[in-house]
Design a protein around this ligand. Structure first.
Ligand code: KIV
Ligand code: ZN
Length: 517
């Protein structure tokens, strides 16, 4: 789209706000994989993290900045010198870098959290933007909790930061309190009342506490916002952020209303959604718009009949346009390396080295020996599993043996390798999965609590792979582990061990909205 006023900029914050969902923390390698998928999807800006939050966050932002060439890479910073310098340092090798700085502007946040007078908040915001401009010309400013801030005060601070060099003004509804009409009017009023408003792009960042994040974002677009901040699958702090796939498909499908479009290559939406859900362990609900398994499934006979006669009777979008390749039976045990590599490329995965390709192909062959028909979803789960294995593997699963018999107590024997040394654990349990987890714990004694156990069949049929997610909590830290196998006990053991490996990896992370990092 050549006319820039008609372009809606997509700013993805899956790796930053999305990662703030409890339990959704990602390793550096996982972040780079997701970032590459976002780049392939032609996301304009990728917010990669909050560099001051921890050494791990800093390194993740740096790694994403070095891996991504086409999208702008953004780092978050409070309006503090040390935050901005850290973000500048993390982004120094980026092809295109943005610093996103923020300070709270609502009366309650200024008084109770910052304990600052409004004039001092403006001064600090201006100083932060000026400092960020020393690192990059692309500086975004957010008045945190704008949705509950005073309009006149917002106008004052935003005018001042534009003069100081901010190029994007992001208006967050931090606590998801606004409703569409009100939020749209806020954007309209800001654009009307700020004298230099034409010098910056207006952006919005809506949280979903009342289930209105997408509606509020779209209302803002109708009132002149030209950037939307969103996340894959609507991941994010508490109830999440506006979901990227819903915003993108709404403006694409209803251009008659929104009069703008994005640059998003929509056919990569579903593969990216699956990647994010696999890595974070946050399953997508079946009736979720665009990316839910039922989003394009017609159950009622009347609907099916209509769609067969003319798909537009009941379909406003084409499933294939968002990447729902009909989950085809694509490969089998006689398929070669080249066929495997080609199909993986079509699904959005390229292998950086021959070694990575060979390893993935090896896993494919093992699966194909057990399962005759390999579907697209099976192939995608192989990649997810490979990424899970990239966490430091202190503990490796060697074997699982279970015994389940009517009238008998289930029993499991598990062999683990811990830093190269084999150890065996055995336990009974209320079922074979319970016994397996207890057997692992007799060896590891992690002292963690199991918060979630879920199994999802990747394809249909009794030979389908089960994809298991395990969520463990220890001393306030929450991690997710995944495992896939056609034997769900083995998938469960893999997922549990994966979660333990994450739990055993040192961690020093804080939340951006916290007063002290
Ligand atoms: O929700 C929020 O206010 C944020 C800011 C840091 C933009 O995430
Ligand atoms: Zn947020």
């Amino acid at each position: 789209m050549s006319d820039m006023s008609k372009k809606l900029i997509i700013f993805d914050t899956t790796l930053r706000d999305g990662e703030q969902s409890p339990g959704a923390s990602m390793t550096r390698e996982e972040k780079v994989r997701i970032a590459k998928s976002l780049e392939k999807m032609k996301v304009d800006i990728i917010e990669a993290g909050f560099p001051i939050a921890s050494q791990g966050d800093f390194e993740s932002v740096k790694a994403v900045a070095e891996a991504i060439k086409d999208s702008t890479v953004c780092g978050l910073a409070r309006a503090l010198d040390k935050d901005i310098d850290r973000a500048g340092e993390a982004l120094k090798n980026a092809n295109r870098a943005r610093i996103h700085t923020f300070i709270a502007t609502s009366p309650i946040h200024m008084k109770m959290k910052l304990r600052m007078e409004p004039d001092a908040v403006i001064e600090q915001a201006v100083a932060a933007v000026k400092r960020a401009r020393k690192y990059t010309d692309d500086v975004e400013f957010s008045p945190e909790d704008a949705g509950r801030s005073d309009l006149d005060f917002l106008c004052r601070i935003l005018e001042a930061v534009i003069d100081a060099g901010a190029t994007t003004l992001n208006i967050p509804d931090t606590v998801g309190y606004n409703v569409p009409d009100q939020f749209g009017k806020l954007i309209h009023s800001l654009r009307e009342n700020i004298p230099n408003s034409d010098k910056a792009i207006f952006s919005v960042h809506c949280h979903n506490d009342l289930g209105l994040a997408v509606a509020n974002s779209l209302s803002a677009v109708m009132n002149g916002a030209r950037q939307v901040e969103c996340t894959i699958n609507g991941l994010g702090e508490r109830a999440g952020n506006a979901s990227l796939e819903e915003v993108v498909m709404a403006v694409k499908t209803r251009q008659d209303i929104f009069k703008c479009d994005t640059s998003i290559a929509t056919q990569f939406i579903v593969p990216t959604s699956r990647l994010v859900s696999g890595i974070t362990g946050f399953a997508v609900q079946p009736n979720k718009a665009i990316v839910g398994a039922n989003a394009f499934a017609h159950e009622s006979g009347i609907h099916q009949d209509g769609v067969l006669k003319n798909r537009e009777t009941y379909e406003i979008m084409r499933a294939e346009d968002v990447g729902w390749a009909a989950n085809r039976m694509v490969l089998g045990k006689h398929s070669g390396r080249n066929a495997f590599k080609t199909r993986m490329k079509e699904l959005g995965t390229t292998f950086e080295t021959e070694e990575a390709l060979n390893k993935a192909f090896g896993r494919f062959k093992t699966l194909a020996d057990k399962k005759h028909e390999i579907f697209d979803n099976d192939l995608q789960s192989l990649v997810t599993e490979a990424s899970q294995n990239m966490v430091n593997e202190f503990v490796k699963l060697r074997s699982v043996k279970v015994c389940s018999e009517t009238g008998e107590v289930p029993n499991a024997i598990v062999t683990l390798s811990i830093n190269g040394e084999e150890q065996v654990g055995e336990s009974v349990g209320s079922g074979v999965v319970d016994a397996t987890f207890k057997a692992i714990e007799t060896v590891i004694s992690s002292d963690s609590e199991l918060q979630l156990y879920s199994v999802n069949a990747i394809t249909s049929g009794t030979d389908a792979q089960g994809e298991v997610t395990v969520r463990l909590e220890k001393a306030g830290r929450i991690v997710n582990g995944q495992g896939a196998d056609i034997d769900i006990v083995i998938a469960s053991a893999k997922a549990y061990v994966n979660a333990l490996n994450k739990l055993l990896t040192p961690y020093d992370k804080a939340h951006p909205q916290q007063g002290d990092v």
